[in-house]
Design a protein around this ligand. Structure first.
Ligand code: FAD
Length: 233
């Protein structure tokens, strides 16, 4: 753990969150070998022509060779971010339990520059920063609400109410933690949707961190994904 309570080697995200690659069985070679098994061939190392093969597979949406790998991420994020994340069904989740353990008392409060207003109508809107006074007022109101909710939560627990019931007073800004296991095909689908202009800013910050870890482990696949206009295979 670092001094800020973030595990070593993790990427800090938002005010109390992080993304950490817990483990991975993932390489560009796995894509190449999955494709070449059709010809009963196998390689021990990536060769220059494999970049072209990976690009071809990706562009032509031959998706299955991108499934023979696995990333396991450890994520700490607000509940409202996780609600969006768990919609990605082609992956596995295990979450911190607020039935068995107490909530940490960490809540997301947006930085002043992230307090925004929606301009335009549904489907064709964008976001603009609000005036500094409103940003500060919003931050204070959010913080006050979080603190009041957490104080009620603590009082209920101290009075003997079960954690599973006391947690119902907590807002979706409360932080949670989970393990997320996903293969590269599904991961690229996640990135195409969540590291995108149209995604909510908060989950996008997480998706950016996830993308950097994916790019480190599978650089050719990542480059081919970007070159294909971020269309998943
Ligand atoms: C900007 C944005 C706004 C959103 N707004 C809303 C909203 O208002 N309300 C809401 O409910 N959700 C909303 N979502 C969530 C969205 O509808 C998806 O549930 C989420 O993005 C997961 O995508 P997915 O289904 O492709 O991923 P996964 O569940 O991981 O699925 C991956 C792929 O597998 C295939 N697949 C999976 N399950 C099935 C199935 N049952 N049948 C056929 N094919 C399947 C599809 O090809 C799918 O793309 C939003 C998402 C984004 C990015």
């Amino acid at each position: 753990m670092t001094a800020s309570g973030v595990p070593e080697g993790s990427i800090p995200v938002l005010d109390h969150g992080f993304v950490r690659l817990d483990d991975a069985m993932a390489s560009d070679l796995s894509v190449v070998n999955a494709a070449r098994v059709s010809f009963a061939r196998r390689k021990e190392e990536i060769e220059p022509e494999d970049e072209g093969l990976i690009g071809f597979l990706l562009r032509n949406r031959h998706g299955t060779p991108f499934e023979h790998n696995s990333f396991r991420f450890h994520v700490r994020c607000p509940i409202f971010v996780m609600r969006e994340w768990i919609r990605h069904r082609w992956s596995s989740f295990n979450e911190f339990s607020m039935r068995y353990s107490q909530a940490s008392g960490d809540f997301y409060v947006p930085a002043a520059e992230d307090v925004r207003q929606q301009v335009g109508k549904p489907g064709v809107y964008f976001f603009e920063a609000v005036e500094p006074e409103l940003a500060q007022r919003a931050r204070t109101e959010i913080e006050t609400t979080n603190e009041a909710a957490y104080a009620t939560y603590r009082r209920l627990i101290e009075a003997g109410v079960a954690r599973e019931l006391a947690r119902t007073v907590l807002p979706v800004a409360a932080y949670t933690e989970f393990f997320w296991t996903v293969n590269a095909r599904s991961l690229m689908n996640f990135l195409s949707l969540r590291n995108a202009e149209t995604a909510q800013r908060e989950i996008r910050r997480y998706a950016e961190a996830i993308e950097s870890l994916f790019a480190e482990r599978m650089p050719l696949t990542h480059a081919a994904f970007v070159a294909a206009g971020r269309t998943p295979p």
